[in-house]
Design a protein around this ligand. Structure first.
Ligand SMILES: Nc1ncnc2c1ncn2[C@@H]1O[C@H](COP(=O)(O)OP(=O)(O)OP(=O)(O)O)[C@@H](O)[C@H]1O
Ligand SMILES: [Mg+2]
Length: 283
């Protein structure tokens, strides 16, 4: 009965943005090999014939053991790497290469240390050729959105870890990318800062309808945020589990989701898939 009651709340409230039927990202039989045998080290097959279609408006969380190829997959989607075989498409078009319309946030904020927060956020806008007044207006709005207005004139070394990540998110959002790629963006943060940024990201997703691809090692984070959960396996990298997740839909998602019977079940299912073969801590 508890499940039924919470189900109603979850499915009705906080309806997420509509998913369209158009693919934001398509990986068709994509393989990736690093190294050509000429440089030091032998070639490494990192991804093997990955098939992945992400619709506009999805919030896809990708989990997987270290070294299985998650970051490599994200680099292909960002256009930083090209597939050895297969094709990567964005919005039904061949990948145009790195561009500010695809926002990327990494685990470490990678802000330009000599630029203020405000100038860091404006950087991509300058690349896009926007005029100073427009850049300034957008940067102020975006910094307000991530709760960082008061820190606009500070340099990166004057920020806390959480503030740096907010600044990095603001920088990625400023160019209004339809597609946001995030590689363990909250991994280095304390629990409370992390939770506040999780709420912020989920709010942004609900309000803007952006497509988000989010890599994490944290199963609970994936369950609370993702509308779709993917587990990768390595050797070479492939998709092992690909499932929808409705636990992210309540208006107070974290409180509701954690009480839900399916939360525990799905968490176990994901952890089982992530454990090395044959390993169980309960034995
Ligand atoms: N530029 C590179 N040249 C050669 N090998 C690479 C390169 N980048 C990554 N690799 C190899 O590719 C494999 C996958 O790396 P990747 O960074 O994609 O893993 P990951 O799943 O993101 O791991 P983690 O969870 O630790 O971040 C690893 O074996 C790594 O050593
Ligand atoms: Mg990685």
């Amino acid at each position: 009965m508890i499940e039924a009651a919470i189900d109603d709340e979850i499915w009705k409230s906080g309806e997420p943005c509509e998913e369209s039927s158009r693919d934001a990202v398509a990986l068709n039989s994509v393989s990736l090999r690093y190294g050509n045998g000429k440089a030091a080290g032998s070639p490494t097959d990192v991804l093997g014939s990955v098939q992945l279609h992400i619709r506009e408006g999805e919030f896809v969380c990708i989990l997987g053991p270290s070294g299985c190829g998650k970051t490599s997959l994200l680099k292909l989607v960002a256009g930083y790497e090209k597939p050895t075989e297969g094709e990567v498409k964005l919005y039904d078009q061949p990948h145009p290469g790195p561009n500010p319309k695809v926002g990327v946030v990494f685990q470490h904020a990678n802000l330009f240390p000599w630029l203020s927060v405000n100038r860091n956020v404006q950087f991509g806008l300058k690349m896009l050729g926007l005029k100073r007044a427009e850049r300034s207006h957008i940067a102020a709005e975006t910094l307000n959105q991530v709760g960082l207005s008061a820190a606009a004139s500070l340099l990166p070394h004057q920020l806390s870890g959480g503030m740096k990540q907010r600044a990095a998110i603001a920088r990625a959002l400023a160019a209004n990318p339809a597609l946001l790629l995030m590689d363990e963006p909250f991994a280095a943060l304390d629990a409370i800062t992390r939770e506040s940024l999780q709420y912020l990201l989920r709010k942004l997703w609900l309000e803007t309808g952006k497509t988000i691809v989010f890599i994490t090692h944290d199963v609970e984070e994936a369950l609370l945020l993702g509308s779709r959960l993917i587990v990768m396996k390595g050797g070479p990298g492939r998709i092992e589990i690909d499932m929808p997740n409705r636990l992210n839909r309540a208006s107070e998602p974290f409180a509701f989701a954690r009480q839900h019977l399916r939360y525990g079940e799905t968490r176990e299912q994901l952890l089982k898939a992530l454990r090395p073969a044959g390993q169980s801590w309960q034995d």
